[in-house]
Write a protein that binds this ligand. Structure first.
Ligand code: UTP
Length: 234
């Protein structure tokens, strides 16, 4: 299968330690024995810190986004470094470049591409553009909840949900101050528009990502819930 994996910066670079990059690199090498993989890395705390300083010193929002993109690409470069020869040597700068380097047979690692979105949206667009079989969003929450579980004790986790339900849930949560959905609204809209086969899961232990993806068999898992997250069904 061709798989696009979005790894949130909050997972990969929570404390900027080598272990999380090495842990993901080991898992990606294992996955690449059976699958073609493209990874989109997020920016995490560093992106937020850099953006906050830029905003405070007068940068406009698009400039802040460019700074965020740079940080996501730095995280991509750290993951490339941990992968060594198994990875394509540079993060592609856009979707077309990602497509053209796919034929290298290497694991492709990239960050953000254009202002106004997050890396979840990059991953969703890439999945559609490349005709990938599966999008996996590895994030800090163990799936999609009816409300923000950190704020609402009555929030329930969806085992499976439709893309339309995902869009509605994400929009509802995003409207509440301080809430952050595990999938950003643009990514949710693209998943809905393009019927993208998607799993949202907690990825702080990369071995769980390996487990979930290894359980997937092309086209015969649809509509089944996953052990460790939420499956978006169409
Ligand atoms: P992230 O995708 O990391 O956003 O991009 P995030 O919501 O902070 O996700 P986590 O916490 O890592 O899971 C960091 C920032 O980079 C810019 C945006 O400003 C985003 O908030 N960015 C990223 C873009 O402008 N365009 C992109 O394509 C990607």
């Amino acid at each position: 299968m061709l798989i696009v994996l979005s790894v949130g910066g909050s997972i990969l670079a929570k404390e900027l330690k080598p272990d999380s990059f090495q842990g993901y690199a080991d898992v990606l090498k294992e996955l690449s024995k059976e699958h073609d993989i493209i990874v989109v890395t997020g920016g995490g705390v560093a992106a937020r810190d850099y953006i906050n300083v830029a905003r405070s010193t007068g940068a406009n929002e698009v400039d802040c986004d460019f700074i965020g993109i740079d940080i996501t690409r730095l995280n991509a470069k750290l993951l490339i470094s941990a992968l060594g020869d198994a990875a394509y040597h540079e993060p592609p700068k856009d979707y077309k470049e990602a497509q053209s380097v796919l034929s290298s047979g290497k694991i492709i690692i990239m960050g953000g591409v254009i202002p106004g979105q997050t890396t979840d949206a990059v991953a969703a667009i890439l999945t559609e553009y490349l005709g990938a079989d599966l999008l996996v969003i590895s994030t800090a929450v163990d799936g999609v909840y009816s409300a923000d579980p950190r704020k609402d004790p009555k929030a329930v986790k969806y085992e499976t949900m439709t893309a339309k339900q995902l869009v509605d849930t994400v929009m509802k949560n995003e409207m509440k101050a301080g809430s952050k959905s595990p999938v950003d609204p643009l990514a949710a809209k693209i998943i809905e528009r393009c019927n993208i086969e998607t799993i949202v899961m907690e990825g702080s232990d990369p071995q769980n990502v390996l487990k979930v993806i290894m359980q997937e068999k092309k086209n015969d898992q649809k509509r089944k819930s996953v052990d460790l997250g939420t499956r978006i069904v169409n």
